[in-house]
Design a binder for this molecule. Structure first.
Ligand SMILES: NC(=O)c1ccc[n+]([C@@H]2O[C@H](COP(=O)([O-])OP(=O)(O)OC[C@H]3O[C@@H](n4cnc5c(N)ncnc54)[C@H](OP(=O)(O)O)[C@@H]3O)[C@@H](O)[C@H]2O)c1
Length: 254
């Protein structure tokens, strides 16, 4: 029987893959045979990560650009697709956070988070879809959040962007499914990454995560690999517009 999760011959572009969840998902895709292109803003850290993957016999390279820069997105996706003659998998993962009481938010704070966490994902998906429609198929995976569906104080733009991303996942899926492009999202709960370092350092918050999450703990980034590989692969051939929560059960319980 063929391996439904085999990604050999596939080209995957993962944004925000210099560390954290993006790197873990890229590593998982590479471990299943894909050629992975790691995106982020810092060429040096991307090259270091790609070199580490290649050192394990995996296929990895870097493509540094800022996903909040519309021109850079169009040029970056075109460059990656041109280099490989195809683009099979896009993981929209790059994201930022801003935490403050609402009265302290500036318009610039709000716009910056929306630009990176939502508008950039639309532009990336649009440019990738052009390539995928031309080649007859592909898989787009958006990194949503438990915060797409549950509120927390102080993270207003992040919550708005992530809720929007789940909605956009469904509209893109509805439009592109018949043409062979599957669009889905992953909804992570609390993972141990740099984005959450302040929360991890806060003992009270960590105790709250452990108490509030049915699994009783934070997740490791590698625990997102399986969901990314599944949604990228033929194992998910009839999965469209789905949000796969990987959150230790936090979104399903009170
Ligand atoms: N960690 C969690 O618990 C959690 C939970 C739910 C959802 N998420 C989502 O998962 C994604 C990854 O989060 P993370 O925790 O892994 O964060 P992280 O450790 O802070 O990593 C963020 C990544 O995004 C890149 N990035 C940021 N702005 C960028 C831009 N404008 N252009 C290109 N790359 C950019 C960063 O690289 P450079 O700074 O070098 O550019 C880095 O590689 C985010 O969308 C986040 O909202 C995380």
């Amino acid at each position: 029987m063929s391996n439904l999760f085999d990604l050999t011959g596939k080209v995957a572009l993962v944004t925000g893959a210099s560390r954290g969840l993006g790197f873990a998902m890229a590593e998982g895709l590479a471990e299943h045979g894909a050629t992975v292109v790691l995106n982020g803003r810092d060429p040096a850290s991307l090259e270091e990560r790609a070199t580490a993957l290649r050192g394990r016999g995996l296929k990895a390279e870097a493509a540094a650009f800022d996903v909040s820069d519309a021109k850079a997105v169009a040029a970056g996706v075109a460059e990656v697709a041109g280099r490989h003659g195809r683009l099979d998998i896009l993981v929209n993962n790059a994201g930022i956070q801003h935490r403050a009481p609402v009265a302290e938010w500036t318009d610039e704070d709000f716009d910056r988070v929306i630009s990176t966490n939502l508008s950039a994902c639309f532009r990336m998906a649009r440019e990738a879809a052009k390539v995928m429609l031309g080649q007859g198929g592909g898989s787009i995976i958006n990194t949503g959040s438990v915060i797409s569906i549950l509120g927390r104080p102080g993270i207003h733009a992040y919550a708005a962007a992530k809720a929007g991303l789940h909605g956009m996942t469904r509209s893109l899926a509805a439009e592109l499914a018949r043409q062979g492009v599957r669009v889905n999202a992953i909804g992570p709960g609390y993972f141990t990454t740099e984005m959450n370092q302040k929360l991890l350092d806060d003992q009270a918050f960590t105790a709250w995560v452990e108490a509030r999450t049915p699994a009783g703990r934070w997740a490791e980034p590698a625990e997102l690999k399986g969901a990314a590989v599944f949604l990228a692969s033929d194992a998910a051939s009839y999965v469209h517009g789905h949000v796969l929560m990987v959150d230790g059960g936090i979104s399903t319980s009170l």
